[in-house]
Design a binder for this molecule. Structure first.
Ligand SMILES: Cc1ncc(COP(=O)(O)O)c(C=O)c1O
Length: 361
């Protein structure tokens, strides 16, 4: 079976973990600091704060911006549920806008109509490895005095007009094993704002500025040095991993037939966390079954949009109508694109998709 993901763990990661275990400092320590510094450099920002996951990074970012009960945050419903749950954790309300059908990212032209007196932030989700259209989002945030909190959990190293994601406001990243780089579990927050930086660090550690004196309600959202050691080794390989994903995507784009391949807008660098095609004519699920029978893994990210998840409907009363989001959930299929694919894997993927699309007319 050609799987959807394969974490790339080499001797560097193994050696780094053993060094931490031998060092006696296993919880948050010098490797976390080194990983934060390296990650800030990657994104071209002044500060990076490590967290225990992408979800806790998002949660910390919301809290650091003072988002809470009575506030609204504008985002996409076509994403992993952690994006909008992080808003719910604070007592605030996620407000969804529809996506641009070409990029699967939130449609910037729909944001202004969703802004109310209660809106505190825009949460663009850079889905599949492609940045949202940030220029209009920045203009709207400036015009209405809103924060930008980026969900860059799927987009390590992606660029929009020469700037890295995570540098447009407060950035959040996941380091889960399927991501473009991993620390096994982990997350990162990026910012140029020293106030946000300090707030995230304090909230990550039980609201503690001075040892055992607690100024506010905080959490244990720390990363360990064991995880940071893996993350540091992976950070050095991210450029190579992303280049391989891009080369794989190029091959798929040049050879797939009968499906709509990803659109990369001018001035953007897509890092292909996922290679997601649109399958027209209601054939998505039968293509998926055919691929499975022929040894090719695939996945639907995401089959149910967030506003239609059962507890959003029954407990929270969401009734949105988001036609492009809903259409995407029925048509998208992600194919393997990870850096461990061999040329023969790529031929097999293309062969199986093209076979099915040709036979099914
Ligand atoms: C878009 C998006 N946001 C948030 C998350 C949450 O990250 P984590 O799984 O590290 O908590 C993920 C990861 O799956 C994600 O893909």
């Amino acid at each position: 079976m050609i799987h959807m993901a394969k974490p790339q763990m080499g001797d560097e990661e193994k050696k780094a973990v053993l060094e931490v275990l031998d060092s006696g400092i296993i919880a948050q320590g010098p490797r976390v600091k080194a990983f934060e510094d390296g990650f800030a450099e990657l994104c071209g920002v002044k500060h990076a704060i490590a967290a225990s996951s992408g979800t806790t990074a998002l949660h910390l970012a919301m809290l650091a911006h003072g988002i809470g009960e009575g506030d609204e945050v504008i985002t996409s419903a076509f994403t992993f549920i952690a994006s909008s749950n992080s808003v719910l954790f604070t007592g605030a309300k996620p407000v969804f806008v529809d996506i641009d059908p070409r990029t699967f990212n939130m449609d910037a032209a729909k944001i202004e109509a969703a802004i109310t007196k209660r809106t505190k932030a825009i949460l663009p989700v850079h889905l599949y490895g492609l940045a949202c259209d940030m220029d209009p989002i920045i203009s709207l945030a400036d015009k209405h005095g809103l924060a930008i909190i980026e969900d860059a959990c799927q987009s390590h190293g992606a660029e929009y007009r020469g700037r890295k994601v995570g540098s447009f406001g407060t950035g959040t990243f996941s380091l889960y094993p399927t991501k473009n780089m991993t620390s096994a579990e982990g997350g990162m927050i990026t910012t140029n704002d020293p106030v946000i930086d300090e707030k995230c660090r304090v909230l990550r550690q039980h609201g503690m500025r001075v040892r055992y004196y607690h100024d506010e309600l905080g959490y244990n959202f720390r990363m360990t040095d064991v995880h940071a050691a893996i993350g540091l080794a992976q950070l050095k390989k991210l450029g190579k991993f992303n280049a391989q994903r891009q080369a794989n995507a190029r091959f798929l784009g040049d050879n797939l037939k009968g499906v709509r391949t990803p659109h990369v807008p001018e001035g953007q660098t897509h890092v292909f966390h996922q290679y997601t095609v649109r399958v027209p004519g209601g054939k998505r699920d039968s293509l998926r079954a055919y691929l499975n029978e022929n040894g090719v893994g695939s996945e639907v990210y995401y089959p149910v949009p967030i506003h239609k998840q059962s507890f959003y409907v029954s407990d929270l009363g969401y009734k949105d109508n988001l036609p492009e989001t809903e259409r995407a959930t029925e048509e998208v299929l992600s194919l393997p694109v990870h850096p461990a694919l061999t040329p023969s894997d790529l031929e097999t993927i293309v062969g199986a998709v093209n076979d099915f699309m040709e036979k099914s007319g």
